[in-house]
Write a protein that binds this ligand. Structure first.
Ligand code: ADP
Ligand code: ZN
Length: 731
């Protein structure tokens, strides 16, 4: 007997498992209505309590439930089923991240209106019937439509140069019949041979290798490693062209998709059409079209943020992860995952190649390449021999800025020279606002967020104090709230607004642009400003990490790093790697068009290995040292880590739950639990946070260990929440 059939009442009904987009550990059982069938991957509408929700018909037998309680599927959507490799991916991500499969499935179902087919377009086709009277206009219409194809009324009127009324008249006489056309594609089809670049010798070798990998098919990971401007994008475009020739779909993951209109234009230049975009700022209609047409196989190439990994590709043939080291690939919300790592898993389950591209690959990917798990392709120089910027350290102990300032005389001089040449300078400081700390000179009061363990950051343009963790803000007061003294508040330390003020003071005639993610006007305004910079409409740009990513500013020849030590002191073992990646990326903005360019890196620690790696232009020694330290400490990628964050409305609740959980850790020779200790941000949005760090050597089953601990431990009650983060970003 079919295991999916159970005896319920008089007639056996077919029962299928349906995965619902909510935090449920298992698929629920639903009965199929008479005469309706459904296969795994199909999207269905089912009743859940008083509501109707969309779910995914899942694989395997349904749980047997009481026939009286069995409810019926309301409808099977007319939508291509989510394919098997994608379903296995959902299972895999769920098991790996310890997130309920329903929550992972929900990420794949984020376009509810797309489950119904897009409406067909009304169109007209010649019937062969002749019109009663032939005017010149009518003749033009008949000639135009004589190809036997269907036309939309407005399209035909336009092509024939007549008013739509002419066509109505012909239709009324039976010359045309009404037919339906499929909706137009959301993007035109890319042409793999539209405009290939002429590659240089290194690039040819790398492109040939990638093309061969794609042509051969099957799972393979390639690390494409080359300094900024070496042509990695041109090279992976050739891999994409090959996949398109094979008629397969391509996914390109980018860390900051909203700001990559330049990337889309470049893709257009190469392939004669733009890729479909996928990110949180898409208009809902476009979003639905992209989702639907990706499922239908009508979209060939998608460029998207990490969430694009969960699009329902019908025949994915290649994944590219650009800037694979970028922390933006980590999602730390509900389902905690790293899209770079999950892209490799997605590729393995679909048995297709994946390319990881970066000028500063992560230690994880470097080790994988060194150990032969990944192919390693290296582009060693900039395209057309454009020189890399000449990087120099500015020792702030010897070249102190003027009192109250943050720009050293060396940097100011270089800026003056750059201005004189009519070129652009970039001042980089990874801190928004005016000053990170405000205190009262009289009583020492410091402005702190009422809901987080963090200082309030002054934003002078807005006259506000803001918390960068929860968004809390208040007007900057005149008087100290603690001692009441007027006008004695001081700003401590720099943010980009303060650097802009200092630059203005020194170069009052220069045109400056300040760029950060909290600018009014959002992404649109940012895009406009970025274009203005590229066109040379600014002399000095002051920005956060946002300006570090991907942009091509031809006139930029000087990059000044205001505080290179900023990210180094937070105690995180990944801090040095991150700082190196960020600073080499930001200094790489200079000299992209071949002009002589400079980077000046202000630091109090010129001997630090990160600074040495930057100044020497040779990161090998630094990477080797970092890798060796990880190896000795059995940290990723040589060991495995998970963090368990326990949060609650009160400190004792959070702490006692964390302790109880710690007490339930199974005894295991290979895995250790550290803590509980206060989490790096001990208070966020009024929630107190404790952390357990789970650490084991490679090859240990962390997931099994964590599951046991969570199952045996107390269930979170009241305000307590427990969140598991496998492979945390910082540790
Ligand atoms: P990366 O991705 O490594 O930073 P890009 O692919 O963006 O490098 O190349 C840097 C610049 O050089 C781009 O403007 C690109 O158009 C140009 N470029 C690279 N290789 C070629 C080539 N073979 N022919 C023409 N232009 C190239
Ligand atoms: Zn806050």
């Amino acid at each position: 007997k079919d295991s999916r059939q159970i005896d319920g009442g008089l007639f056996p009904r077919k029962v299928v498992p349906v995965l619902l987009p909510m935090p449920a550990e298992r698929a629920y059982s639903y009965a199929l209505p008479e005469g309706v069938d459904a296969v795994p991957g199909q999207i269905v509408q089912v009743p859940l309590g008083p509501r109707l929700v969309a779910g995914l018909v899942w694989d395997g037998p349904a749980d047997v439930i009481n026939p009286d309680k069995l409810r019926e599927i309301v409808q099977v959507f007319d939508c291509p089923p989510i394919v098997e490799p994608m379903r296995r991916f959902i299972d895999w991500v769920s098991a790996y991240t310890l997130s309920p499969p329903g929550l992972v499935a929900r990420m794949a179902l984020r376009a509810p209106a797309a489950f119904d087919p897009e409406p067909m377009i009304n169109a007209l086709r010649l019937t062969g019937e002749q019109p009663e009277r032939l005017t010149a206009a009518r003749e033009r219409v008949l000639a135009q439509a004589g190809d036997g194809l269907a036309w939309s009324k407005s399209g035909l009127a336009h092509a024939a140069g007549v008013s739509p009324g002419v066509i109505d008249g012909l239709a009324a006489q039976g010359v045309f019949e009404a037919v339906k056309l499929p909706p137009p594609p959301v993007v035109a089809a890319p042409d793999p041979d539209f405009s290939p670049a002429e590659l240089e010798i290194d690039q040819i070798a790398a492109a040939d290798a990638l093309r061969a990998t794609v042509a051969k098919g099957g799972f393979a990971v390639t690390l494409l490693d080359g300094v900024t401007g070496s042509g990695k994008t041109e090279v992976y475009f050739e891999a994409i062209a090959e996949a398109i020739r094979q008629g397969r779909q391509v996914l390109i993951l980018l860390p900051e998709i909203a700001l990559t209109s330049a990337f889309l234009d470049r893709f257009h230049d190469r392939f004669g059409a733009r890729p479909a975009e996928w990110h949180s700022e898409l208009a809902p209609r476009t979003r639905e079209k992209v989702w639907r047409q990706t499922a239908e196989g009508r979209v060939n190439v998608v460029a998207g943020a990490r969430s694009a990994l969960f699009l329902p590709f019908s025949d994915l043939g290649l994944i590219i992860v650009d800037e694979e080291h970028d922390p933006a690939y980590k999602q730390e919300d509900r389902v905690f995952y790293n899209a770079r790592d999950m892209a490799v898993v997605r590729a393995r389950l679909a048995d297709i190649p994946v390319v990881l591209a970066s000028a500063t690959p992560s230690i994880e990917s470097r080790v994988n390449a060194a150990q032969g798990r990944y192919h390693h392709l290296v582009l060693s120089g900039r395209y057309a021999d454009a020189g890399l910027p000449d990087l120099k350290l500015v020792d702030l102990r010897r070249h102190a800025p003027a009192r109250g300032g943050f720009l050293s005389p060396v940097l100011l001089k270089a800026m003056a020279e750059t201005l004189e040449r009519g070129e652009q300078s970039l001042l980089f400081l990874n801190r928004r606002g005016y000053a990170p700390l405000t205190l009262c000179r009289v009583c020492g009061h410091r402005f702190e967020c009422p809901q987080c363990s963090s200082w309030l950051v002054e934003h002078r343009f807005r006259a506000q104090l803001q918390c960068h963790h929860c968004g809390h803000n208040e007007p900057t007061p005149q008087a100290c709230p603690s001692c009441g003294t007027l006008d004695h508040l001081v700003a401590c330390g720099p943010g980009i607004e303060r650097i802009a003020e200092e630059a203005d003071k020194h170069f009052p005639k220069a045109r400056t642009i300040v760029l950060s993610s909290d600018m009014t006007g959002g992404t649109r305004r940012l895009r406009i400003e970025l274009e203005a910079i590229a066109k040379g409409e600014a002399d000095i740009v002051i920005g956060t990490q946002l300006v570090a990513k991907g942009h091509n500013f031809p006139l930029m020849t000087l990059v000044g790093v205001v505080d290179a030590d900023l990210g180094l002191s937070n105690g995180d073992p990944r801090a040095a790697e991150r700082t190196y990646q960020l600073l080499s990326q930001v200094t790489g903005r200079a000299g992209r068009s071949g002009r002589k360019s400079h980077g000046l890196i202000q630091t109090f620690q010129p001997q630090h290995p990160v600074m040495q790696a930057l100044a020497s232009g040779d990161p090998e020694a630094f990477y080797e040292r970092e890798t060796e330290e990880r190896r000795l400490a059995v940290l990723p990628p040589f060991g495995r880590l998970a963090s368990v964050i326990i949060s609650a409305a009160t400190r004792p609740e959070a702490e006692s739950h964390a302790r109880a959980l710690r007490g339930c850790a199974p005894s295991s020779s290979g895995i250790m639990v550290l803590g509980p200790a206060e989490a790096p941000l001990a208070l966020i949005r009024g929630r107190y946070r404790f952390r357990l760090l789970v650490h084991g050597a490679r090859g240990n089953d962390m997931q099994a260990f964590l599951k046991q601990m969570l199952a045996k431990g107390p269930k979170p009650r009241g305000s307590v929440q427990v969140q598991v983060d496998i492979d945390p970003q910082s540790f």
